[in-house]
Write a new protein. Sequence first.
Length: 373
Amino acid sequence: MKVRSEIPPVYVTQPLLPPLEEFVPYLEKIWANKWLTNGGPFHQQFEQALCDYLGVKYLSLFTNGTLGLVTALQTLRITGEVITTPYSFVATAHSLLWNGIKPVFVDVDPLTLNLDPHKIEAAITPQTTAIMPVHCYGHPCDVGSIQKIADNYGLKVIYDAAHAFGVQDKAGSVLNHGDLSVLSFHATKVFNTFEGGAIVCPDEKTKLRVDHLKNFGFVDEVTVVAPGINGKMSEINAAFGLLQLKGIGAALQKRKAIDTRYRSGLSGVKGIDCLSAAGERVASYAYFPILVRNDYTLSRDGLFQELQDNGIFARRYFYPLISEFSMYRGLASASAANLPVATKVAREVICLPIYPNMTVEQCDFVIDLIMKQ
Ligand SMILES: *Cc1c(COP(=O)(O)O)cnc(C)c1O
């Protein structure tokens, strides 16, 4: 039994929450006008404010990111097979199964941990209709190569952008790539509305279709054009999102400072690798993954346990791989032989705590623990 440190437990993340009293005026407005959901005033304002902040043209708010993914596939009428990554949160592949689509797993790049574009073509069959990559940990995918393949084979591209809130590459928002991008505003994400999400759309026509699909397929009081779902965001969540936007800039700065501190603190530790830094790119600093290699003094799970024994509740994102869960492991593409990089990384990764209010002392405590093993 290890000695527990005297500091209180540190979890992998802590939700961004503005002062409660700042939310009260928003609630008073909702109570006054009694418009609770179905595209109310806060919903409209929040959609516009997010478009402005993120630098995208059109966006449709959702109850959560998973319904956003499910609806994005419906929007583009995706069927058959979709190429995706095993190294993600299960919702990525689940959204395919919910649409009766067969996921085809392709391995990830060892440096970015995103779908490896060099391995996509070999997985394309006559049934393939789309690619669903993930900007893992907010690191942008190789969007250029993916689009080239999609264009060559007539495939759609739907990005799971759950980690990529506010992320920009040289061309601007990373959310403008592909046919659609899906965001999550879950409590554990960089930007949250308790639960929530959004589909980023390239044009007004697509946004209209998404808006219909998230409202049962209604286009007016008496006309239903598709078997839609209820994916609408409520006024409470939209109002909260508007308030959250005011604090997001400062929150990202604090995340960046923690990221920088970890990087310099861990840079000399033998057997511990960090992913490449964002550099000049505008990043989300959503996660701080480290890879525990063979030449570290402990195994990955040994270090994970050591951290836990000291009150540091890190997480092994993404372990197990999606392809290892029972509903996927029977697929030919789910074999470890097909996914050597993802399989190795899933056994090396630990996501260290990172959140805006994490203190320098907490960060240094984690670094010291990893250094002294
Ligand atoms: C969080 C997450 C989702 C699901 O989002 P919810 O809003 O929780 O439904 C999907 N994909 C990835 C990669 C995620 O991290």
